[in-house]
Design a protein around this ligand. Structure first.
Ligand code: MTE
Ligand code: HPA
Ligand code: MOS
Length: 779
């Protein structure tokens, strides 16, 4: 018995495969339902002169058209600052920004009407790059700083100093299900919203404010998402708000489902970064100081960007001890859709900078980069404090990388590569190991809380409700396993319904990888209260029957569908029977649980604190092959080792690791966002935006777990797994950089991220040109 630790299949696995699992747009049309779409700004920045939709009324089936003036409540909303808007007001701030909301009886009518709307915009100068934002000082607020030690002194006495700038691209979420919502007006003016959202409470509150309703009149339900990846942490709200405005104004159920192209064009992405760095190090390659100035492209509104930048800064050390560091972050305001959460939440950008630096240090001192990583890895007392003051405890990384270097035959393959590099005229090969130490907890203390409702029904089955939303990551399956074991009942006897703000109020987004940690702990808190009452009742029942010997509360055990006396296992009652009898005797069979992560805090002003409950660790080794003539990249082999403690569901967690890694690999290689000179996204469909497909996977791909049962701070010694593996995708990029170093001679090879085939070819050309212009030694 026992389900925790077993690879129970994802509870919707069969439904996903057969199509029985419903997504928003699978819901059959409701009685009287209307469809909603929008017409967006033709340009990236400007003042709206005139909006003319007089021509649409000739289209049969058109019901209504609205602008921001029609929004019944507030048009403004936003998670940190209220600077997002349902519909643009006087100005437009990015190409495609919704200006007119169209409502019709059919999608065909919407499509016809869309073409007839004329939006006349007086152009204003747009800011379309981080460089342009820096030049114009177009920022959201002052820079943030995290610092430790004495950077200037360390730089002054350094053996080596290296400087550079890394340009890091954004990333489209490419969830399969686009942003979607159905809003249904309810009796007496309420509103029920079905939304594909990671954050039911946020959709509830945004819809309430947009409709001018008190929060208790709005319910948001999410059964599941066809992927979120951070893109539905805040940005599900706009689509839900559009549906709600239409429903409120027409009095009819309204459905808004963005087309793939519109979704790609108007929703925010991973933040592009431009990061300047200056580092000092010894001739062995030991880091003595690091200065990094991150510039993040926030897009046109605040959204979650300050928190994303903060996490980037908190991950700029990655796994490496920095005795002296000064990390600053400046958030740029540009005329792109507002960039947002994306798996890793800024962590990947921070880590990219230091992993890039390590490759450059290795090249400079002429040592293997894995040795430099090992040398700089957090260690024992004296080398275990992060720049923000948190102590790195139970650090499994040194052991983890030693094992990975061995199992991946790193040294042997490195030697083979060195031997082949002179002879192979067609291909360049590269090998790299990168690590991840990902901080688990929301960096905003308040968000580290969860509540859960657990109802026991008279047939012994149990319904659990939490604020966690299911996006494919398996949170519901894991919570079912935890609850089943806690109550000693079958997995099938526990069910988790749709996430619903009626059942769970004031929830945090399902994000930061910690939704099982938080919501699972809240569910277990509720289970423990229920068990306490049931144990009292069972002890009385045991004493009243047979021998009459009393049974101590702590001797009552719940296991395998029975409640029994640990000292006399013959005294037992079937769970279902106990529940029935407890009900008859008026024992309360429902509970609400709560959990708040202890001890986490971070002070934004001083840049210090203990923001994370623990770290999830991992490392990966990638081998790549580059065609010298075309720049074409192949990932030949990847060996990946993760420390996720004692996994609650090793099978699902493995899916998270593989999926996260491949998504990270896409970010650093083929996924490139291309805009025209006016700031319109060109790569707005799968034909122009290249995510990894099955043929891009590494030919050899080993994924293993490090055994670690020391993580006592988290649920059942597990560790969060959702985001950390994405950061390991960086090993593919580092391997490309390593390959280029073979063609680089003494100069440090540069490489932007993503390393598309084009980028690789350009950098190779730079290196060949540089080699040609170098003075030839006479003999
Ligand atoms: N896995 C799937 N299949 N789909 C997703 O959208 N989102 C990721 C990750 N894994 C995602 C996913 C992101 S961004 C986060 S923060 C976590 O799942 C959130 O869920 P968790 O807290 O349950 O890990
Ligand atoms: N991670 C993910 N999502 C978040 C965070 C965080 O630290 N803070 C706010 N939303
Ligand atoms: Mo994940 S980026 O924290 O939704």
């Amino acid at each position: 018995m026992g389900f925790v630790g077993k690879s129970v299949p994802h509870e919707s696995a069969v439904g996903h495969a057969t199509g029985e699992a419903l997504f928003i747009d699978d819901v059959p049309p409701l009685h009287g339902e209307v469809c909603v779409d929008f017409v967006g700004s033709p340009i990236a920045h400007g003042r709206i002169r005139n909006v003319d939709f007089s021509a649409i009324w000739s289209v049969p089936g058109i019901v209504a058209a609205y602008t921001y003036r029609d929004v019944p409540g507030h048009n403004d909303y936003g998670p940190i600052v209220g600077d997002d808007r349902v519909l643009a007001d006087e100005t437009v701030r990015y190409a495609g920004e919704p200006v007119v909301l169209l409502v019709a009886e059919s999608r065909a009518a919407l499509a016809a009407a869309k073409r007839l709307v004329k939006i006349d915009v007086e152009p204003l100068a747009p800011i379309l790059s981080i460089d342009a934002a820096i030049a114009a000082e177009s920022f959201f607020g002052p820079p943030m700083v995290i610092a430790c030690g004495d950077v200037d002194a360390a730089l002054a006495e350094a053996e080596h100093v290296l400087e550079g700038c890394l340009s890091i691209g954004g990333q489209e979420h490419f969830y399969f299900e686009p942003q979607s919502a159905i809003a249904c007006p309810e009796e007496g003016g309420g509103m029920l919203v079905h939304s594909s959202t990671q954050h039911t409470s946020e959709v509830q509150t945004v819809v309430a404010e947009v409709c001018g309703l008190p929060f208790h009149r709005v319910t948001c339900i999410c059964r599941r998402m066809g992927g979120g990846f951070g893109g539905k942490e805040t940005q599900a709200a706009q689509t839900a708000a559009m549906a709600a405005v239409a429903a409120r104004l027409t009095g009819r159920p309204a459905r808004a489902v963005l087309s793939r192209d519109d979704d790609m064009a108007i929703t925010g992405k991973r933040h592009p970064f431009k990061s300047w760095y200056k580092a000092s190090f010894t001739r062995e390659g030991r880091l003595t100081a690091l200065v990094v100035n991150h510039y993040s492209d926030g897009g046109s509104s605040t959204d979650l960007s300050p928190a994303v930048l903060e996490r980037a800064m908190l991950h700029t050390d990655n796994a490496y001890f920095l005795p002296n560091a000064r990390i600053t972050g400046q958030l740029c305001r540009t005329n792109f859709p507002s960039n947002t959460a994306f798996r890793g939440f800024g962590g990947p950008q921070g880590v990219a900078v230091i992993e890039n630096l390590i490759e450059e240090i290795a090249h400079t001192v002429g040592r293997d980069a894995a040795a430099i990583r090992r040398l700089n890895c957090y260690g024992d007392v004296g080398r275990n404090t992060t720049p923000y003051g948190q102590i790195v405890q139970n650090n499994t990384l040194p052991a983890l990388i030693d094992r990975l270097l061995e199992t991946s035959a790193y040294d042997r393959r490195r030697a083979e590569m060195a031997a082949s590099k002179a002879t192979d005229k067609s291909f360049l090969r590269g090998l790299a190991l990168t690590m991840v130490k990902f901080g688990i907890s929301f960096t905003r203390q308040t968000l580290n809380q969860a509540n859960a409702l657990v109802n026991i029904y008279l047939d012994g089955t149990v319904l659990v409700a939490t604020g966690a939303t299911e996006m494919g990551q398996g949170v519901n399956t894991r919570i079912r396993q935890l609850v089943a074991d806690e109550l000693g009942i079958d997995f099938a006897a526990v069910f988790i319904g749709p996430t619903n703000t009626d059942k769970n109020n004031n929830t945090s987004a399902t994000a930061a990888s910690c939704s099982t940690d938080l919501n699972g702990a809240a569910a277990l808190d509720a289970c423990n209260r229920l068990k306490h009452r049931l144990a009292e009742f069972a002890a009385r029942e045991f004493a009243a029957t047979g021998s009459g010997i009393p049974c101590a509360l702590e001797d009552v055990a719940f296991s395998a569908g029975f409640v029994y006396d640990r000292r006399d296992a013959a005294r037992r009652i079937a769970w279902r029977e106990l529940v029935r009898r407890a009900y008859v005797e008026r024992v309360n069979l429902g509970e609400r649980g709560f959990y708040a992560t202890p001890g986490v805090h971070f002070d934004r002003e001083t840049g210090r604190g203990q923001p994370f409950l623990y770290y999830t660790n991992g490392a990966a080794v990638a081998e790549v092959r580059i065609d010298r003539l075309t720049g074409e990249l192949r990932v030949e082999r990847v060996d990946l080792l993760m420390d996720i403690g004692v996994p609650i569901n090793p099978g699902i967690d493995r899916g998270q690791i593989v999926g996260g890694f491949v998504q990270g690999m896409g970010w650093v290689t083929t996924e490139e966002l291309k805009y025209d000179a006016e700031g319109r996204l060109l790569s707005h469909s799968p034909t122009t935006y290249k995510i990894p497909n099955v043929s891009d996977l590494p030919g050899v791909f080993h994924v293993n777990y490090l055994e670690n049962s020391d993580n006592h701070v988290s649920l059942k010694r597990s560790k969060a797994v959702g985001e950390p593996p994405l950061l390991l995708g960086l090993c593919v990029w580092a391997a490309v950089k390593n390959a280029l170093s073979y063609a680089a001679g003494s100069s440090v090879p540069r490489l932007n991220l993503p390393a598309t085939n084009e980028e690789i070819l350009l950098r190779l050309t730079d290196l060949t040109k540089a080699a040609r212009t170098q003075p030839v030694e006479m003999t």
